[in-house]
Design a protein around this ligand. Structure first.
Ligand SMILES: [Zn+2]
Ligand SMILES: [Zn+2]
Length: 211
């Protein structure tokens, strides 16, 4: 019995949409539904899972651009990000049009705040607010499974870009230090792009986080 996950790289940006599920109850959640919706729907169906919610870490198009299409096929609740990313979700029609696949604004989101708890079956995830890459960026941490869904905050030996609208490099570094580097070192990190890492590895080898 365990919390299971499958990482699916979606969109031309190879964004890591993660399917999380409790193999006892079959309850499942998808994080950051950026695109490639038929593929994601098939992945859920193949495993006979009961999809409960979509969780969004932040409002960038490669993380949220597939939500509207997904909801046409599967009616589930959408949670996150923090309200600070409302401007990004509202501007999705324009930003996605630049890439040739315009979408409507994301509907029926429930904003998340620091300290809230979400669940996949019996596994509880804490919501941590980590502004910097975007003002409303949140991450999802499950202490029992030792797993962090980090979005575009922390990557293998690097950190998120802060040159986008309302990005803030000092905020990002401060929040990573205070809220993520304080997690157990063995915590596995699923980043928004690229390979997985751990908190311990980033503490020692991430050039942006050295003292
Ligand atoms: Zn991003
Ligand atoms: Zn991204």
């Amino acid at each position: 019995m365990a919390l299971q996950f499958e990482i699916n790289a979606v969109t031309p940006f190879r964004q890591n949409c993660t399917l999380l599920w409790d193999d006892e109850s079959g309850e499942a959640v998808l994080t950051d539904v950026g695109g490639d919706v038929p593929f994601l729907l098939q992945s859920v169906a193949d495993k006979n899972l009961k999809l409960k919610e979509i969780w969004l870490t932040h409002g960038h198009l490669d993380h949220a651009g597939g939500v509207v299409e997904f909801l046409k096929h599967c009616d589930v609740a959408v949670l996150g990000p923090h309200e600070g990313d409302d401007f990004l979700l509202q501007s999705l029609p324009e930003t996605t049009a630049q890439y040739g696949f315009p979408v409507s604004p994301v509907p029926q989101t429930r904003w998340l705040n620091e300290g809230e708890q979400l669940a996949v079956g019996r596994y509880v995830f804490d919501v941590l607010h980590i502004p910097g890459h975007t003002p409303g960026h949140v991450v999802f941490y499950c202490s029992e499974a030792g797993l962090l869904i980090a979005g575009d905050v922390l990557f293998y030996e690097t950190i998120g870009r802060t040159d986008f609208p309302r990005g803030n490099h000092a905020d990002l570094i401060h929040n990573i230090r205070e809220k993520l580097l304080t997690l157990p070192e063995e915590t596995r990190v699923i980043a928004g792009h690229g390979r997985m890492t751990t908190i311990g590895h980033e503490k020692r080898h991430n050039p942006f986080l050295q003292a």
